[in-house]
Design a protein around this ligand. Sequence first.
Ligand code: ZN
Length: 500
Amino acid sequence: MKNNTRYQAYRSHLQKVADLGFANAILSWDQQTYMPKNGAVFRGQQMATLSTLGHELFVDPKFGDLLDELSKDESLSAEEKDNVRLTRKDYLRKKKYPHAFVEEHARVTADAFPLWHEARVKNQFSLFEPALKKIVELKRQETQFLGYEGHPYEALLEDYEPGLTVKEMDHVFDDVKKELFPFFKKIIALPKPKHDFLTRHYPKAKQWAFAEKMVKQMGYDFQSGRADYAPHPFCTTFGPGDVRITIWVDENHFNPMFFAAVHEAGHGLYEMGLPLESQYGLPASQALSMAVHESQSRFWENKIARSLPYWKGNFAELKREFPENLNDVTTDDFFKAVNLVEPSLIRVEADELTYHAHIYIRYLIEKALIEGQIQVADIPRFWNERYEEFLGIRPPNDSDGCLQDVHWSYGSFGYFPTYSLGSFYAAQWLSTMKKEVPGLDASIERGNMAPLLKWLREKVHVHGRRLTSGELLKQATGEGLNFSHFMNYAREKYGKIYSI
Ligand code: ZN
């Protein structure tokens, strides 16, 4: 085959893999939004079939030969070389999975999800414990056949933040413990700002009417996306021109719908900014990592939608929607209320400072389980002791403790750290953006998000997976991950709110 014919064959092979993957995403989205309850059994089967076909197509040995040939082809452009290099890396990793393991993992996690759900509803860890034990065994096996250089947990981190080492993550969390924990402890001891107005009655339709305007203001394009109600908010991509979000509402609390909508739209903007069309199905069209994805959603949610300039610009509009709830509230009151810092049991409801204690605890548990330092039966005790130690609160039961997250039932180990990393990357984006985008605060206050979206598009989105996170940070901000940007951001913002 001639060189360019080979690259074309590679492209069209990956196009088919992507077609199957995106079709599966539609089935999954429908399952979580509109599918009637009785459709569940066959939907599961249909999704499993599509994902098996996609996997088999991808690990086809002939495709592997093609990748070997292309990886030696010097006539390819830099972008083509990057695509081939990354696909080959994925190929070699996926090839390491024994067929029996893939099947067992799928079966065990499919069974584990309803058990986790029941255990959580009934507040009985023992109902989930045997399944989780099996999952941890599988994860430990997985580290063995995937291989690792330093710590076995790194084999699993690779799926969520490629190249991340335990040493690096430990180092980041050491700083979090040393600097962030004492900082939020000082805040927690102070009188809380007024926030009762956030839990007044906010009707569903009006909540979305406001959130929709704000999501549009960010630059999310409803011609290339849409929002639907689902029990859990998420963002999903079906291909170029179709990046969707789901929303969820609590009529007696302003925060859950609004901040989740902004968060998911932040994920959506990243996807919309990737070269989905020109690089369809290729690594250059894909998000770099879960950590970088979270750096986008958390940037919009916390750094922008929880900032004073944002509410200076948008609070009058919110007040017009909900005059009866917010008549007695000033912009400053509102800004302080949506940034309330207090220790809480539930991760997804935590403020942006204490949030990292929740993540650190999960990181310690995952690492210890993979090392064999603790057993599944030890989780509830370990969990509760760490909550007491870091946040000064003890979960009264496992439903509000170690059973609260769905991740482990799916077999997702290594995912949690990306939430913290994403927040820290986001602070680094903001500190560079402040230097490079003149009048950033004034622009946010005017509701003009275009300059900051342009910055994110050019510095982050456009690269797809071509750079590593470390390279991306370096190229966009001049340095690798530096936690002090997050601490500086926290000290400045919360120092003003709490006069410390
Ligand atoms: Zn997210």
